[in-house]
Design a protein around this ligand. Structure first.
Ligand code: EPU
Length: 355
């Protein structure tokens, strides 16, 4: 691997990505550019750097924490990693503060920073792996909260226009695990996110498990930081730590089906969890439950498997390739479809193959 650097970015050729994806899959990028200062992006995208040889026709991949990514093959184009780490309050009326964080900040560090400043809104999203820049792309969510609930604006480099833009929440087209940025990955590079956070807690405690956990902690009137603590405890119990067992969190999204489809399934399977959907005519089913019913929990084929503790988490027990993990995921989706007639689709981005 050779490298070259300027004050704003550093280039590595033939860069290993094994430690940059939480599945721990072996992969190599022809070029990795670590960008310390996002003001270098127009220069980088405008230069001939990404247009050399084999990089020419391949998409540029923007890498966050690598926690929502499956390398089924090597990326063919340049890989960008934004590393700026600033967090600051840019507006504050005493009740609501606007916190701006650079894309390179580790998500959980931001959550802790905001709680340390007595700002509420991100507590249910504690311990989600990944970076601030990745959070709006798939609209991360957990325990009854989605990040869109707190996003004030997203700052990005618009590759089509060659200019920086600032998109207000409404312009981001957020939906369940989806956004404008996810639908067109070649268009924007998220450089920073602004969050509107409150000094008056408006806690979301109704998601199953949180109330019980707080009770077990002996807390009756929780502060936001204690809700975060409860979420951390539940996540640590249910979700394998990627440092110990390679994984990308939930591998499948919870499927949305028409209300009448959900009702028919419920008549046959009365214990099936059903949640409200995006609108009145839709319902969200639990992919974990559907997979669990098909007997996959704890399954292992070589080094590719499903976690013992959660049916939604595909795991790499050591040296599984992306292709092996993808093969298992397809078998799982096939069995869910055969048994329930429901399509489940992956949540992580797959590089080098299509679902
Ligand atoms: N369930 C099973 N078997 C299992 C696990 C769960 O049958 O092995 C059933 C249970 O009935 C449970 C239901 O599935 O009530 C839901 O399970 P859980 O509360 O764990 O939530 P989830 O729908 O599986 C979603 C997110 C997670 C997030 C949790 C908690 C998606 C795809 N996943 O999981 O997000 O942490 O809710 O809010 O929406 C992620 O996106 O990577 C992620 C981990």
């Amino acid at each position: 691997m050779s490298s070259a650097s300027t004050a704003a970015y550093r280039i590595h050729e033939d860069a290993r990505l094994d430690a940059r994806n939480t599945f721990g899959i072996a992969a190599t990028a022809p070029m990795l550019v670590e960008v310390k200062d996002s003001s270098a992006l127009p220069e980088l995208f405008g230069s001939t750097l990404f247009k050399r040889g084999m990089l020419r026709d391949a998409p540029v991949l923007v890498l966050g924490g690598g926690s929502n990514l499956l390398f089924a093959g090597d990326p063919q184009g340049a890989v960008l990693a934004l590393t700026a780490q600033r967090i600051e309050i840019i507006e504050d009326d005493g009740e609501t503060a606007i916190v701006r964080a650079d894309a390179g900040v580790t998500w959980h560090d931001l959550v802790l920073w905001t709680l340390g400043h007595r700002l509420c809104g991100l507590e249910n999203l504690a311990l989600i792996p990944g970076t601030v820049g990745a959070a709006p792309i798939q609209n991360i969510g957990a325990y009854g909260v989605e990040v869109r609930d707190s996003i004030h604006a997203v700052e990005a480099f618009d590759r089509h226009a060659g200019a920086f833009v600032r998109l207000g929440n409404d312009a981001c087209a957020f939906a369940y695990r989806d956004s404008l940025f996810k639908r067109d990955q070649e268009h924007y590079v998220v450089t920073a996110v602004e969050f509107a956070l409150s000094r008056t807690p408006a806690l979301t405690l109704d998601y199953s498990g949180i109330g019980e956990e707080l009770q077990a902690m002996g807390i009756t009137a929780p502060r936001a930081s204690q809700v975060a603590e409860a979420v951390i405890r539940i996540r640590q119990r249910k979700l394998p730590d990627p440092i110990e067992l390679g994984n990308a969190g939930s591998f499948f999204k919870n499927p949305m089906v028409a209300a009448n489809v959900a009702e028919a399934l419920l008549a046959e399977h009365p214990s099936m969890p059903v949640f409200r959907g995006a609108d009145a005519g839709m319902r969200k089913l639990s992919a974990a439950w559907l997979i669990d019913q098909c007997g996959w929990k704890g399954f292992r084929d070589g080094d590719a498997g499903i976690a013992e503790s959660h049916a939604l988490v595909l795991v790499n027990h050591g040296k599984a390739s992306g292709a092996q993990l993808l093969g298992l995921a397809r078998r799982i989706a096939g069995s869910v479809h055969a048994r329930f007639g429901v399509e489940i689709a992956p949540e992580p981005r797959i590089i080098g193959a299509t679902w």
